[in-house]
Design a protein around this ligand. Structure first.
Ligand code: T4K
Length: 399
């Protein structure tokens, strides 16, 4: 519905543009029949979890797709991060960005490893390798890079730093399934990488995740830890937890894998439609993906430059939410501003200026198979309208 005056904005009492909520993170479902057939097989077999045939098949297929020796599927990425950190022997302090989902530092702190937050490169939104060395202390045992939005970290620089200082290097690749770095699939970098297959990810297993590595010994250790530390029947050889993926989740993963190219194509088309629809709007920067790499395009991320835009990000979010567009502010306000980190490190923001600036600027728009060209055109038109009337909207909102 085209708006012709600010009175028609839902924020000021008008009718919302969309009758139904549009989400960032609406799951892609894939071929239902294929999934339901797999569910039937699973019931017939009466094998529902514990390294079942679907989980094994998914592991083999992912390892092949990513060109890695080992893939271990897990119940979710958070537990996968915890297990990987533990298997790598991380302790003391680990350096990671604050501009990430809270699961990244929590997976460390849960094991009493201190997360040390490093600032980001404002262009890439990823950890800035140039700022890492200053944060290394005698207690530092590792670096946890995060491939934010699926765009790879500066892997070479991080690897060189890890080698120089004898640190372990792992990646939170929760966003980066199906993406490449310098033509190589993400999954084989560092000591290990961790993917999320949560419902909101473009490739989902309801809940789920995976660890990938080329290190045989590490893979064996993680395999044991994922299953309570069992090394055989009645034989527990180490501390472990329950990180197993259920067969229902693995079946969803196999179905998602069959539709993965289609999901990526949809995301890419959506990305191009947003780029076209928002081109030339002053104060909006749509983050770009390097066309020379494989990308999953699962996040449509805008940076709102308040000075130029005439409207700040948070007011824009409220106005879009009122129109039933549930845009998100990942990763506001930054992990260092959330508990327990805010209390542990009240001054962390002093060394995180780029993170603090970015968390006030970014927002994510709906995409995936639940969103089509029509919705994207309507969203872009609405944003153009808001920006064209920014001064009036701001004045009215302040009253
Ligand atoms: N590392 C990074 C960098 C991550 O981004 C994440 C997860 C992890 C680690 C940990 O991975 P997991 O342990 O989850 O495997 C969501 C996801 O729950 C979370 O997985 C994801 N990152 C994060 C970026 O987003 P919330 O708290 O924003 O979720 P929620 O419930 O607000 O849902 C998002 C939107 O999606 C809502 O508008 C509702 C909609 N939605 C959600 C679900 C689950 C649906 O339409 N259908 C659904 O089934 O965290």
């Amino acid at each position: 519905m085209r708006k012709s005056s600010t009175n028609e904005l839902a924020f000021f009492g008008g009718r919302p543009t969309f009758g139904e909520l549009l989400h960032v993170g609406r799951p892609n479902i894939g071929d239902r029949e294929r999934f339901l057939a797999r569910m039937n097989d699973m019931f017939n077999r009466r094998w529902l979890s514990n390294d079942g045939p679907f989980a094994q098949e998914l592991e083999q297929k992912i390892a092949k797709l990513l060109g890695v020796k080992h893939c271990l599927v897990m119940c979710n990425a958070t537990v996968a991060l915890e297990i990987t950190a533990c298997a790598l022997g991380l302790e003391g302090e680990v350096i990671l960005p604050s501009f990430t989902f809270i699961a990244s530092p929590h997976s460390l702190q849960w094991q009493e490893i201190t997360p040390v937050f490093c600032d980001i490169d404002p262009l890439t939104h990823n950890i800035d390798p140039a700022r890492i060395e200053n944060l290394i202390t005698p207690r530092t045992t590792g670096i946890l890079g995060v491939h934010v939005w699926g765009r790879a970290c500066e892997v070479d620089k991080l690897s060189a730093l890890a080698q120089k200082h004898k640190l372990r290097l792992m990646f939170d690749a929760a966003h980066a399934f199906g993406c490449t770095h310098q033509g190589r699939m993400i999954g084989g970098f560092g000591d290990a990488e961790v993917f999320s297959f949560h419902a909101t990810k473009f490739f989902n297993t309801f809940e789920g995740g995976a660890v990938t590595t080329n290190n045989d010994e590490l893979a064996e250790k993680i395999r044991g830890m994922r299953n309570f530390g069992f090394a055989g029947l009645d034989n527990v050889t180490s501390i472990g937890t329950n990180g197993k993926m259920s067969e229902a989740s693995a079946a969803m993963g196999l179905s998602s894998l069959e539709s993965m190219d289609e999901f990526i194509e949809t995301n890419h088309n959506n990305y191009l439609a947003y780029a076209k629809g928002l081109a030339g709007v002053p104060g909006i920067r749509l983050i770009n993906y390097n066309d020379k790499e494989k990308n999953n395009y699962q996040y449509i991320v805008l940076e709102i430059q308040e000075g130029e835009a005439g409207i700040d990000r948070d007011l824009l979010v409220k106005i879009l939410n009122a129109e039933n567009i549930l845009v998100r502010r990942y990763f506001y306000p930054g992990c260092h501003q959330m508990e327990p980190y805010r209390s542990y490190f009240p001054n962390a923001g002093l060394v995180l200026p780029e993170t603090e600036k970015l968390t006030l600027k970014v927002l994510q728009l709906p995409t995936g198979t639940a969103v089509g060209d029509k919705e994207i055109m309507d969203i872009c038109e609405l944003i153009r309208f808001i920006f064209a009337n920014a001064a009036e909207i701001r004045d009215r909102a302040e009253k």
